[in-house]
Design a binder for this molecule. Structure first.
Ligand SMILES: [Zn+2]
Length: 355
């Protein structure tokens, strides 16, 4: 079945991890053996061939570039302009993938229709993977005049926050509302018809931005606080508000967001029994709040700085997400619901947003 993944950091993996995502997974891992500069070296699970093997023909793919002021211990760039340049390098990689026939950017309804048609009816083995460009953390938008430039290069969604303090909004592990720049940013996103990705916003910034922003909202990669108590996950009130705004929420496969009490770098998937099926607890929680299965999808984040050491123990490749098909049915989901969760909800929502 066609799979839609609403959150992959493909270009970050290409540029910062130096991963050639066109290569087979085993080749990519082999080149990393012995390297220790990133915790997930040799344990990545995402390549373009693996996406094709898993029938993942469509995704939302990010640009990402954090600005860090002096004293901020998080990894990042020392000026917004450097962060912008990083995202432009990432864009250049996506363009090169398009030139090579590996990927195809989707910016409107016609493009989406074409890629859905390609992937729904026996796609060729080398079919390009359709991607919608999103920005994770808005620090790299030097000033609002850059937003229009970004839109012109295909950017269709922005999550203003990521981890820690941000120029537009504080994010995961931080507190406080939107900065003054952040309020202007979401207004300008509204004007341009961009989607607000609520993922990573602090609780304060979440409520504040949803008040200001009247356009379409989604949460590309977010699980439930009721199951994993941490500010990174959404509370039931937040989930209900997203449902009210007709958002789709992508289930994330980062193990610390799937099961409670995970300690990064210490806990192992085997210790917690975290499995692919665990995500269905989160999906189910949201479906129960909504009273239907229209608001859940996949937003795996499976290349977001971790690999097999920090995801479901029965997941070795992103292609394994295809098993959700068989796991959802025994949990009481109808064929129509399963289709909606695997790809239908994201496609429906994008069609509505772009019509
Ligand atoms: Zn993220």
């Amino acid at each position: 079945m066609l799979l839609f993944d609403a959150h992959l950091d493909l270009s970050m993996n290409a540029l910062e991890w130096n991963r050639d995502l066109t290569r087979p997974l085993a080749d990519m891992r082999r080149r990393e053996y012995g390297k220790t500069d990133k915790v997930d070296r040799g344990r990545g699970v995402v390549t373009l061939p693996e996406m094709r093997r898993g029938q993942m023909g469509l995704c939302i793919a990010t640009q990402i570039g954090r600005y860090v002021a002096e004293g901020n211990p998080l990894p990042g760039w020392h000026s917004p302009e450097i962060a912008w340049a990083q995202t432009q390098g990432q864009l250049a990689w996506y363009r090169a993938m398009e030139d090579a026939g590996q990927m195809k950017q989707i910016v409107d309804r016609d493009g989406l229709d074409a890629m859905v048609a390609l992937w729904s009816d026996n796609p060729p083995p080398d079919a390009p993977i359709g991607y919608i460009l999103s920005l994770e953390g808005a620090d790299s938008i030097v000033n609002l005049s850059y937003l229009e430039k970004a839109y012109e290069s295909g950017l269709r969604a922005i999550g203003p926050a990521h981890y820690g303090p941000g120029r537009y909004s504080p994010g995961t592990g931080s507190e406080g509302g939107l900065t003054p720049l952040g309020s202007d940013l979401v207004r300008e996103m509204d004007r341009l018809g961009m989607v607000l990705d609520a993922t990573h916003l602090t609780d304060e910034a979440f409520w504040e931005s949803l008040e200001i922003f009247q356009g379409p909202v989604w949460a590309s990669h977010n699980n439930c606080r009721a199951l994993v108590p941490h500010q990174r996950q959404f509370s039931d009130d937040q989930l209900k508000e997203l449902i009210r705004r007709d958002a789709v929420i992508g289930g994330a496969f980062d193990a610390w967001m799937m099961v409670p009490n995970w300690i990064r770098g210490k806990t192992t998937p085997q210790e917690t029994g975290c499995r692919i099926e665990t995500i269905i607890d989160h999906i189910d929680h949201i479906c129960q709040l909504a009273g239907n299965a229209r608001h859940c999808g996949i937003g795996s984040d499976l290349d977001g700085g971790y690999g097999t050491e920090q995801t479901a123990m029965d997941l070795d490749s992103i292609a394994d997400l295809q098993r959700l098909d068989g796991l959802l049915r025994p949990r009481g989901y109808s064929e129509a619901d399963v289709t909606a969760i695997m790809h239908g909800n994201w496609i429906r929502r994008l069609n509505e947003i772009w019509s």
